[in-house]
Design a binder for this molecule. Structure first.
Ligand SMILES: [Ca+2]
Ligand SMILES: [Ca+2]
Length: 276
């Protein structure tokens, strides 16, 4: 079958001064049945797409740069010419991509503008724009760091994003001691999506938790990972957090039985809508 069709849409949004957005969308159906999406953002350092499934169909895809629907096709999304998401998509499954305009800004498709969301990259200590602060209701603090951690066989060798990350240095503290980051701002009464990178490398790695806590209530664990995950940064694609003006988010790391338990996080984002 030699069916060949190309649709190219082009959008430019100058809503954020320097952070204007350019998006090229190319849909190509060939004998190999492949789809390619190419994006670039002028004046933006950020080129990440955020996956979200939606019950939509091929017919309304046309020139909407942000909806990609796939039926019986293999989806391949590329950023520039570097693949960042490859995978088979089931027949009939539609997928929508959320664009991040720049670090800390997401594309609000209803209002056709870029809007700020909460974001921490730990590039400063403290990082004034970060929505997470060191808690005092714990045994020690997270460390802001660049490059490898002090001990061999544990911790990352570099940041997941930028130069700096936060980690728990487990050489000098006791087993089961905890370091907590917590939010101090108030949230709207709705569901948010938290995404981040985490690194849990070391023979005695204990646990990393994302929790919420309402004023006088107990902590509720919304996500957790325990044990050695290898020397790699993982992307946590999203945890739904139902928040309100009285609820905090907490990120808790706990030390294991020895010094090979460094746990790191980077590039934490809070999106003001539910996860995919
Ligand atoms: Ca960083
Ligand atoms: Ca602390």
């Amino acid at each position: 079958m030699n069916l060949f069709k190309v649709i190219i849409c082009f959008m430019k949004i100058a809503s954020l001064g320097n952070a204007c957005l350019e998006f090229k969308f190319s849909r190509e159906i060939s004998a190999s049945d492949s789809i390619q999406v190419i994006s670039n953002y002028t004046g933006s350092s950020k080129e990440e797409l955020f996956g979200l499934c939606a019950p939509r169909c091929l017919s309304d895809m046309a020139c909407n740069a942000f909806d990609i629907c796939i039926e019986k096709l293999q989806c391949r999304t590329i950023r520039g010419w570097t693949p960042f998401l490859t995978g088979d998509v089931s027949a009939g499954l539609c997928r929508r991509y959320q664009i991040e305009c720049d670090d800390g800004y997401f594309y609000d498709r209803e209002n056709k503008t870029c809007r700020k969301h909460e974001y921490c990259d730990f590039e400063g200590d403290p990082e004034s724009s970060c929505f997470l602060s060191e808690s005092t209701a714990d045994e020690f603090d997270w460390t802001c760091h660049t490059g490898p951690t002090k001990s061999v066989g544990t911790g990352p060798t570099s940041a997941a994003s930028g130069q700096y990350y936060k980690y728990i240095e487990t050489s000098k503290i006791g087993q089961h001691e905890r370091a907590l980051l917590e939010t101090t701002k108030t949230f709207q009464d709705k569901t948010y999506c938290l995404t981040m990178y985490y690194h849990m490398y070391g023979a005695t790695t204990e646990s990393l938790l994302i929790q919420t806590k309402k004023v006088n209530d107990a902590h509720i664990t919304r996500w957790q990972k325990s044990g050695n995950q290898g020397n790699i940064w993982y992307q946590l694609s999203g945890v739904n957090l139902t928040l309100d003006s009285q609820t905090k988010i907490l990120i808790e790391a706990t030390k294991g039985s020895s010094y090979t338990g460094d746990i790191a996080i980077d590039h934490v984002k809070l999106w003001p809508f539910a996860c995919p």
